[in-house]
Design a protein around this ligand. Structure first.
Ligand code: AP5
Length: 207
């Protein structure tokens, strides 16, 4: 199964990916997670990535494409396929991906952009396992229900950076909807329903 999760920042790609990888037993490849791991480890890639992510901009294509190409070449992806989350993010990346992998389906998680600022600025993530929460449903809790790790706010989840990320989405990532529609690979789900209802719709459309 070679599937892409497409959607604006905060549309729920990461939330759905966690559930989908469990159901379909397929590796979750998130470029955002890969960059955050590198930032934490202060690697050369992390240093470059941080300078862009903090500003809400895309990390340069030459860095990102190479990372994904190498990751998809690893044994687990070669055997089971992948669930790509956050890649591709512009037409150039999509064209590059087409050169080294056969994308089967693209799930566009659609949410009205005006709702996303609140979703993202209220997000808290587990510093240990990466599980995602929203302050509205935490009842003041500050630790992860899954592993007990400390819940933190991502550095790029402040209002100014989110505004920039949403603008970058509209300008560079949204055209991918048409790109994959033309390729006959796109399915769209309503990402404005409950997490479980979105998950059910994705599973139904993946068949
Ligand atoms: P990345 O980590 O990919 O961030 P993003 O695309 O901005 O997406 P998010 O992680 O913010 O949102 P999500 O859709 O996963 O939503 P979530 O499930 O957490 O990328 C970060 C940065 O890295 C980029 O800005 C860029 O700089 C760089 N980068 C990454 N990939 C790149 C690439 N290919 N090229 C270049 N640069 C790249 O949900 C959000 C919140 O909503 C949570 O609080 C959640 O609990 C809640 N929620 C989820 N679903 C629902 C629902 N149905 N109803 C109500 N609340 C919900």
């Amino acid at each position: 199964m070679n599937v892409i999760l497409l959607g604006a920042p905060g549309a729920g790609k990461g939330t759905q990916a966690t559930k989908l990888v469990e159901k379909y037993n397929v590796p979750h490849v998130s470029t955002g997670d890969i960059f955050r791991t590198n930032i934490k480890g202060q690697t050369p890639i992390g240093v470059v990535a941080k300078s862009y992510i903090d500003k809400g901009q895309l990390v340069p294509d030459e860095v990102t494409v190479e990372i994904v190409k190498n990751r998809l070449n690893e044994e687990d992806c070669q055997q089971k396929g992948y669930l790509l989350d956050g890649f591709p993010r512009n037409v150039f990346q999509a064209e590059e991906l087409d050169k080294f992998s056969n994308v089967e389906k693209v799930v566009n998680v659609s949410v009205d952009l005006s709702k996303l600022l609140k979703r993202i600025t209220g997000r808290r993530v587990c510093s240990k396992c990466g599980e995602s929460y929203h302050v509205d449903f935490l009842n003041g809790k500050t630790d992860c229900a899954r592993c007990g790790g400390e819940l933190i706010q991502r550095a790029d989840d402040n209002e100014a950076t989110v505004e920039k990320r949403l603008a970058v989405y509209t300008e560079q990532t949204k055209p991918l909807i048409e790109y994959y529609e033309k390729a006959g690979k796109l399915v769209t789900v309503d990402g404005d329903k409950s997490i479980d209802a979105v998950f059910a719709e994705i599973c139904e459309k993946l068949g």
